[in-house]
Design a protein around this ligand. Structure first.
Ligand SMILES: [Zn+2]
Ligand SMILES: [Zn+2]
Length: 147
């Protein structure tokens, strides 16, 4: 993924969320947010925790889980559950399509403005769509060449 996020904007949004919810603005929470942005990909919470620890920054697993939950509530992270896998998080960005390999679990992202246009024009009854994510399951190139 080549997307870049403006850390200042995201931090400001998180600060506002924490203020409004009367949550404490701890340095740990912001370190976790910065690492999630830095990972720049899809991750499970334990991998985020490991990445933080490997920087020599100690936070408890519970703090990471709790902060990821807050970041999800704040709309900064989104949670995906693909098949039987555990929850996979990513920094929220609209309207993309996930290609998930059923064999090795590899996740790729593609964008398709054509599909995006169609989906957002569905106008379902009593519902106002603002973003979407589509998941396509199949086999990645590595796994299909091994068959
Ligand atoms: Zn695969
Ligand atoms: Zn994604």
């Amino acid at each position: 993924m080549t997307r870049r996020y403006d850390i200042d904007t995201v931090e400001a949004a998180f600060t506002q969320f924490l203020n409004e919810g009367h949550y404490r603005k701890t340095p740990e929470r912001f370190a976790i947010l910065r690492k999630a942005i830095e990972l720049h990909s899809h991750f499970v919470v334990d991998a985020l925790h490991m990445a933080i620890e490997s920087d020599g920054y100690h936070v408890s697993r519970a703090t990471v889980y709790n902060t990821v939950e807050l970041l999800e509530k704040a709309g900064i992270l989104i949670k995906n559950v693909f098949g039987q896998n555990s929850a996979i998080y990513e920094v929220n960005h609209d309207n993309h399509i996930h290609l998930v390999c059923k064999k090795c679990g590899k996740i790729r992202e593609i964008e398709n403005p054509h599909i995006a246009g169609h989906v957002l024009q569905l106008h379902p009854e009593d519902f106002t769509p603002d973003s979407f994510a589509i998941t396509i399951y199949g086999l990645c190139a590595d796994c299909s060449s091994k068959d």
